[in-house]
Design a protein around this ligand. Sequence first.
Ligand code: SF4
Length: 115
Amino acid sequence: MKHTLTCVECPMGCEIEVTTENGVPVSVTGNTCPRGKLYAESEVVCPRRVLTTTVRTADGRMLPVKTSEPVKKAELFSLMRKINVCHPTAPVKIGEVLVKNISEGADLVAADNLS
Ligand code: SF4
C-alpha cells in the first residue's frame, strides 16, 4: 500500500511516499533527510502529536499546557479526560510537570507561567 504525506518536521515540507506491506513500512522516498524518513514511518504506523490545550486552575484561571513528548493520536481523547480533571494551584512555572507520565513517558507540563 502506498501512502503520500507531507513531512511537517521542518518548513521545507517534502512530499514523501511510504510503501507498506502488512502495515510495515518497506520503502520511503521523497525525504530529503533522515528525520523525514523517521517521521513518515511513524506517521503510517502510529501517528503522534504533541497535545496542546488549556486547564482551569484551582482559582478559575486558564493555563496553557502541553505534553512534553508527542503522544499517540489515538489516545488524544482519553488523555483529554485525564487533563480535564487537572486543576493546578498557582504559582506555576513554565515547564513545570503537572501530571507525571500521562502517557508512555510523556508528562503534562505548563506551557506558561502563572503567578
Ligand atoms: S524530509 Fe527533512 S528536509 Fe524534508 S521536510 Fe522533512 S525534515 Fe524537512
